[in-house]
Each structure stands twice: as C-alpha cells, then as structure tokens.
Design a binder for this molecule. Structure first.
Ligand code: 3H9
Length: 682
C-alpha cells in the first residue's frame, strides 16, 4: 500500500498496520497512510470491521512536533480523524507502547479501544505548551468526565492501561504480546454481538453532570495556581473543556478548541517548550562519540560517601535494581546513611507509591563497607566525599590500585578539576565526572564531565547509564563549576550587586519570581543556608557579613529576611543595615530603586554571557545543552526555553548593550552573533 501502511484482511476483519519509526508520529506520511488505508478497507465489501494497529515500539506518539510552525500538508490530522469517526464499519484501535496526544485522539475517534497492559495513554500536549487540538479536549471529558479530563490534560500524565480501563479511556485489555490476535477477536465479538458503533462525540453520560456548573473551572484554576503559574496552556485547556461542557453542539466545541490551540501555537511559551522537547533529546548526541561506540557493562556500582549526596546517588541505582556497595569511613556514618535511605523509601511506601516488599528489595541491594577494598570488583565507582582536591586525589590514587581494570572511576565533584583528579591514576581514560544535583535521587540533571583523556567508551557508557537512571545526561568539558553551576554563579553575584546599589531583597526576589523562578535568589540562599557560601569568602561580602553576625538564613537568626516561627519571611532591618554599611565601606554608588525588568537584566544578562563563554570555549556542545542544564539544574522556567533561548527572544544586541552598560565585557561569541543578526539557540 505504502512504505508506512499495510493492510491485511483476515476472515472479514481488515487490519491496517502503520509502521513509521521511531514512534509513529503523525507526520504527513503517517496521516496519509492511515487515511488511504482506512478508505481502502472501508470500501472493501469483504471487510466487516477494521482494526487500526501500529508496528514498532508504540502506537502513534502524537502529532509530528517537527512539523509544527509550518502549514500542514493535507490531509491534516483533523481531516483524517473526521474520516475515521464517520466509519460505517466498527473501527477498533489496538494500542501498545504509548498512545499520546494526537495518537490517543486518533484512538478516541475509533468506536472501541483495546490495549495491552503495558501500554499507556494520555494527552501530554501541555508539556509542549499546547492543548490536545484534534478533538481531545472535547472527547476526553465525554469519556472520563470533566474533572478527570482536566486532571489528565493539565498534568499531561500518561495513564497506564489498567487505570485507563477503569476510567473508560480504553474498553478492553489484550494479553501482553497478543495485541493483534486479541484485537481481531474483539472486533469479531463486536460483530457477533451487534454492539453499537459508539461515537464519543455522541456520549452524554459522563459530561452531563458538569453541564451548568461554570464555577468548577475557576475553582480548578485557583486550586492549581501555583503549578500553572507562568504557563499559558493550562488555562486554555480549562477553557476548551468548559466549552465542551457548555456547548451542546459538539462541532462548535471543536471550533473553540482550534481557536484556543492556535493561540497557544503562536505563543512564545509553546515555542520555548517545543524547543526544550528536542533539546532534551539532543543531549546524548555527541559528534565525537558515535552511537555505536562500545560501552562498559555496568552491573555493580560502588558509591563512596553515604552522606546526603552519596545516599541520593546510591538510590538511583537501587531504583533500577542495581547492587550498590556503599563505602564510609566509620560504622556510625554508614549506619546513618543507610537509615536515611531506608527512611526515604519508607516515606514513599507510606504515600502508597511503593510496597514494603519493594523497600526491602531495594535495601537488600546495598552492601555496606568500611574500606575502599570492597570496590575491587565493581564496574563503576562514584566518589562523593568532601569537595577538597587533596581528599579526592587520595581516594582516586587508592582506587587506581584497588579497582579492576576497565572499571570507570567517577567523581561527583561540583567544581574541581577532573583532569587533576585523573592525573593521580594510571588510567585517566577511565576517569570522568558524574555530577548529580541535590537531591540526587530526584533531580534529573546529570552532568557527565569529560576529562582531557576520558575515553569515548567511558562517555558513551555514562550517557547511556544516565538515561537508564531516568536522568538527562548533559556533556560538559572541564572548567570551574562545569555548565550549570558556572553559568549561575553571576546570578547570585548580580543579586548582591543590586542590594549593594540600594535595591531591597524583596524587590530582587519579586522580580525573579515574576520572571518565573519558583523562589527568588535571596530567599533561596536563606533556605539553603548562608554558611554554604558566606564562610568560604575571604573578602567582605553580604553573605559573609551576615554569617559573621550568626545570620545563617532560615535555620538560624534569619538571613536576608527575618523569619517567624512558621518560617514566614519579613523584611529585616538588621540585614538592611549590614548591607548599607558594607555598601558604604566599599564605596558603591546608590542607584536607588529600579524596575523588575532592570533587576532581571542585571541578574540574567550575565548568565547569558557566561553561557556564551561556555559555548565558545567548547565546554558545552551546544546552546540547547546549556538550557537543559539551567532548566533541570536550577529550575529555570521552562516556558522561557532557558537562558540561551530566552536571550534570542530578548535580542542579542540588547543583551550586549546591557552588559556593556553594566561594565561587563560581553563574550566574543555574543558580540559576533549580535552583529551578524544570528541566534544563539535557534
Ligand atoms: C499533538 O499531538 C498535537 C495534537 O493534539 C494536535 C495536532 C493538530 N514528533 O523520546 P524518545 C522523536 S502534540 C516528532 O527519545 P522514548 C524524538 O525526538 C504531540 N518526533 O523515545 C526522538 O528522536 P531522535 C503530543 C518525536 O522511547 C525519537 O522520536 N505527543 C515525537 O524515550 C524517540 O523519542 C507527545 O508530546 C513527536 N511527537 O519515548 C509525545 N515523539 O531519536 C512526545 C518522539 O531523533 N513523545 N519523537 O532523538 C514522547 O513523549 C516520547 O518520545 C515517547 C517515547 C514516550 C513517545
């Protein structure tokens, strides 16, 4: 039929199989194959019912995102789905893998849906800053009710098949591995029982209770206002669902959905989120390390240090069933570390997200040890000891003598020179940085630091392992702070400068919160503790002055703010005086109050500048890797696309000018791109 679609007829059942790797995205070829295949089967008198199924790893994973922003070649998805929905013969979607977005919307226009237990279905468009624009906002509430539909579409969470069956999102479960046979049998059953051809658009049962209750939408938005802050898509999804419930005419609801979809498609938020979708998938593509590079088999791991970081790192491996030898220097530290891991798992179990059996299974994978000798046979060691070069070198020198040949030796250092650490071993090709972010069992960013002599095999192994752990691995060269910590250093420095120049902590934090950060930089420092940065400084800085007076942040005497017993922040006259005194002593000119936009520029333009330097020095492979690192490592608001993407939206010339006006030398790359009218990230 076509290279994407095939049809077969088995005793009256027409099976249309679409196979367009990797994920059967509904690009032009796939749409055409569905449309043509369906028309052929519908017109064939031998065919009494039709099964729509996919080859490869998944049912349709949605519209082809790479086609967005261009006019759709006909037939577009809405045209295809309208044709399927009018099918005069029973039409059954047979689902495996992930039926997502336009993929699940395709299933929703079929009369019935059958899925294997491992399948997931959902409408994740919200993550692209969009709404389900091929009828999903109108049909899902008719299948699961308004409240469940709002939850599914605004979280974008895929629903596992069994749960989907309970909710009515699918009608039947097939046996794993026997989807085709079971779907054909299901179709036959439909024919034999003369079951009705159910069109979701005609269903009233689930949506009727929500008719005439407009208050539920405002209440839903209010309840979720924290989670939705800064995003455009959730409000449009809610408006589309409201239209579904309040417009009796289904087609009018569809028209409203298209309007709300088009509005999102044209928004900068969606452009940023779509960019991010591909950015996250790009990080593992390393030109000098082809995907066929051989990898080290990682079966057993050793983690040195059972503190917060080491324990969190260990949990990543336990979570995927990998044995971990956990090494500490004293029994007490080891016991403490292991009990923290257990407590974390037990809290998860109490929340019903794992069973007690699973807790015990994971804990049983830990081999506690008091000496590095226990690491002789592991395939990968991750060191998470004190952030001091001499300590690290001592550990790596010993590991070099103890560990088997071929084992990878990784440091979780956040700032130190991986080459210097590698230099004390006889196998620098096996040494690399694996920089986890705290809490290491939660944060998705993993910086894979490539030393001068790190082998391709070591990098390929680390990138693949990162993905297995559910992380997003980003490759970084060696420099102080690698990508994320390095680019964000000027952010904190910028905040201090605003204060010294007469701005208030409240102004600074409010400006950055309104930009989209969950917390302002100063409230954040108060939360993590000022001693973390204040103690190290030999110069007089605001944090060091606050620490000198015992103001460590929320945990002790307040910091930039004062705190009441409920940890509510209020402006601090004491901190204000400390800042004013320091400012006077340093002879900083008072620039008075400034706008939120000026504060954002003062803090974030230098981040863009540092990012440009990281790029031109080759520390990061591409601008989008920097954006991924900022978004996942520092919760940079995803709907801005990250610092590099955002810089393009601001305009590079404006940023260069802003930097110069602040007395900061712009990176050569930034100047070059600004002059050439080129983009950094796009
Ligand atoms: C939509 O449907 C709008 C409609 O409502 C309205 C239309 C009018 N398009 O993630 P992976 C690529 S919006 C294009 O590494 P996994 C991906 O870039 C869509 N490409 O695999 C990668 O390419 P490469 C709603 C796509 O197994 C490769 O496939 N749907 C698309 O870890 C493998 O991807 C979604 O938002 C796409 N839709 O995860 C679902 N999807 O190899 C988006 C994937 O060159 N997709 N690619 O790097 C996903 O969530 C995951 O890809 C999936 C597989 C769970 C399916």
């Amino acid at each position: 039929m076509s290279d994407v679609g095939t049809i077969m007829i088995e005793s009256g059942i027409g099976v249309l199989t679409i196979d367009n790797p990797p994920v059967n995205a509904l690009g032009f070829k796939t749409r055409k194959a569905i449309f043509d295949g369906f028309k052929t089967l519908e017109a064939d008198d031998r065919v009494q019912a039709i099964v729509l199924i996919c080859g490869g790893r998944t049912f349709f994973a949605g519209a082809d995102i790479s086609e967005f922003g261009m006019p759709f070649q006909q037939p577009d998805l809405r045209v295809v789905l309208a044709a399927l929905e009018r099918s005069s013969k029973p039409l059954i979607a047979a689902i495996h893998g992930t039926a997502l977005g336009g993929g699940y919307e395709t299933a929703l226009v079929c009369h019935y849906r059958i899925a294997v237990p491992s399948a997931k279905v959902g409408l994740p468009e919200v993550h692209l800053g969009l709404l389900p624009g091929a009828g999903g906002t109108q049909r899902l509430p008719r299948v699961v009710g308004v409240e469940a539909a709002l939850d599914i579409m605004t979280t974008g969470r895929p629903v596992p098949a069994k749960k989907a069956k309970e909710l009515g999102m699918i009608d039947a479960l097939a046996e794993e591995g026997k989807l085709r046979e079971d779907a054909i049998a299901f179709a036959r059953q439909i024919l034999e029982s003369a079951a009705p051809l159910v069109r979701v658009r005609d269903r009233e049962d689930k949506i009727a209770p929500a008719r005439g209750t407009p208050e539920i939408y405002a209440a839903f938005l209010e309840k979720n206002k924290r989670a939705f802050r800064g995003f455009k898509a959730p409000a449009n999804i809610v408006a589309a669902v409201q239209a579904a419930a309040e417009t009796a005419d289904f087609d009018a609801g569809l028209v409203r959905e298209v309007e709300l979809f088009d509005e999102l498609m044209a928004s900068s938020e969606s452009a940023a989120q779509r960019y991010y979708f591909f950015a996250e998938r790009e990080t593992t593509k390393i030109p000098t390390v082809p995907s066929a590079t051989p990898k080290v088999d990682i079966i057993q791991v050793g983690v040195i240090g059972a503190g917060t970081m080491g324990g969190g790192i260990a949990m990543n491996f336990l979570n995927i069933g990998m044995p971990v030898t956990l090494v500490e220097t004293s029994q007490a530290a080891l016991d403490r570390g292991i009990s923290v891991i257990r407590r974390n798992y037990e809290i998860t179990a109490q929340k019903g997200r794992m069973t007690q059996g699973q807790v015990e299974q994971r804990m049983a994978l830990i081999t506690p040890a008091l000496g590095l000798e226990a690491l002789a046979e592991v395939d990968l060691v991750i060191e998470a000891v004190f952030e001091e070069m001499d300590v690290k070198k001592d550990v790596f020198g010993k590991l070099d003598k103890i560990c088997k040949q071929g084992a990878l030796l990784a440091s979780n250092t956040s700032f130190l020179d991986v080459d210097e650490i590698a230099s004390v071993t006889s196998r620098p090709q096996n040494v690399l940085g694996l920089h986890f972010f705290s809490p290491a069992n939660v944060m998705r960013l993993l910086e894979v630091v490539r030393g001068e002599k790190t082998s391709k095999e070591a990098i390929a192994t680390a990138m693949a392992l990162g993905k297995r752990l559910g992380k997003v691995p980003v490759l970084s060269g060696v420099c102080f702070g690698f990508i994320a910590n390095r680019i964000m250093t000027p952010y904190t420095a910028g905040a201090m400068n605003v204060l010294l120049e007469g701005g208030t902590p409240e102004d600074v934090d409010a400006a950055l919160v309104s930009y989209g950060f969950a917390m302002g930089p100063l409230a954040m420092l108060d939360l993590v503790g000022l001693d973390v940065i204040g103690r190290e400084s030999s110069e007089r800085t605001i944090p060091s002055e606050l620490v000198k007076l015992g103001r460590l942040g929320q945990k002790q005497n307040g910091g930039f703010y004062d705190y009441d017993e409920k940890r509510c922040a209020t402006p601090s006259p004491v901190a204000a005086k400390i800042v004013a005194d320091l400012s006077r002593d340093l002879g900083v000119e008072n620039k008075g109050t400034r706008s939120a936009e000026q504060i954002v520029a003062q803090l974030l333009y230098p981040v863009v500048n540092e990012g440009a330097k990281v790029l031109e020095e080759g520390i990061a492979l591409r601008a989008s890797d920097i954006d991924v690192a900022a978004i996942l490592g520092y919760n940079w608001p995803i709907y801005t696309g990250g610092p590099m993407f955002w810089a393009d939206t601001v305009g590079l010339s404006k940023i260069v000018e802003g930097l110069r006006a602040a007395g900061i030398e712009p990176a050569a790359l930034l100047v070059r791109k600004a002059e050439a009218g080129e983009a950094l990230a796009r």
